[in-house]
Design a protein around this ligand. Structure first.
Ligand code: IPD
Length: 285
């Protein structure tokens, strides 16, 4: 099979994410928790499984040889493209009927994310990006005509609206609370919207100025990270490396440096997690 074009991959990612979004909307407000994972508050609904199954079917129908890493189903296959799928990012939002949940589908070729789509059904919006091709928003509120995204570039730390999130383990949350308590007096304000993929798209769209979170997974940030970078943001950890489980930080270059220094001074990136593998290949801080 010839080398796949990012433009073809993003079309497929976007179509699969949007179809899963429709499926999820149809059952919104009527779902049951079927399983918990890392802690009793880390829930999986029947719809996480149903949406991932649908996305897998659509991807493999179009590209039978590909590999897929899904949050619920793990890794399958070994083809030239690896799809990274989060069927519901923000599962707790979905369960509580809050609007900030998303379907995230990214395509990785040779270890690099080259295309990604994040569908946010209740915002009637789909964010997409291809490597080198920019980040785009298609929103029903804007007549579905694609708009190129650019992150906020001229904002300093004290004026920055900073999104963050918290993990599911209570010891980690206690430490994240310590860090956010020290960040809050130094910035414009904090937002905790509840879905990492949406937070990264919000950086891309200039709806927040920066985002940081410790303890994310690859599927949380594979598509959203590319979308943020293609909108001009930097992504990385606190030590000049790529975004990783220890820390994902996204912001325009100047603010990225200021926030990175503040978070590093607060020891926000735990040494024990620093050895874990990078989550995203590509441009870093
Ligand atoms: C979660 C969301 C949340 C973040 C958590 C993630 P999930 O993903 O992205 O915003 O704070 O760290 O685990 O569990 O809903 O797929």
């Amino acid at each position: 099979m010839s080398q796949p074009l990012p433009a073809d991959l993003v079309r497929l990612a976007s179509a699969a994410a949007q179809e899963a979004g429709e499926l999820l909307l149809a059952r919104h407000g009527r779902v049951a928790v079927v399983q918990t994972k890392s802690s009793p508050t880390d829930v999986v609904t029947e719809m996480d499984h149903a949406a991932e199954t649908l996305i897998r079917e659509r991807l493999l129908a179009a590209r039978p040889g590909d590999a897929i890493l899904g949050e619920e189903g793990g890794q399958t296959g070994a083809g030239p493209v690896r799809w990274i799928v989060d069927p519901i990012d923000g599962t707790v939002n979905y369960l509580y009927e809050l609007p900030g949940w998303a379907v995230s589908v990214a395509a990785e070729v040779g270890g690099v994310i080259v295309a990604g789509a994040v569908c946010v059904p209740l915002q009637r919006s789909t964010f997409t990006a291809t490597l080198g091709g920019g980040a785009w928003l298609e929103s029903a509120w804007e007549g579905n005509s694609p708009r190129r995204l650019s992150c906020n570039r001229e904002v300093g730390l004290s004026d920055a609206l900073v999104a963050t999130g918290f993990g599911y383990a209570s010891a980690q949350r206690a430490d994240q609370g310590r860090v956010v308590a020290a960040v809050l007096p130094r910035v414009r304000d904090i937002r905790r919207a509840g879905a990492a993929a949406v937070d990264l798209c919000s950086v891309a769209a200039g709806r927040v100025d920066a985002y940081y979170e410790r303890g994310l997974h690859y599927w949380d940030i594979a598509a959203g990270g590319l979308i943020a970078r293609e909108a001009g943001a930097m992504t990385g950890d606190l030590r000049g490396g790529e975004a990783c489980e220890a820390m994902t930080l996204a912001a325009a270059p100047g603010l990225f440096g200021e926030l990175r220094d503040l978070l590093a001074s607060l020891d926000a990136e735990p040494p024990a997690q620093r050895l874990r593998r990078p989550l995203i290949a590509g441009k870093t801080g």
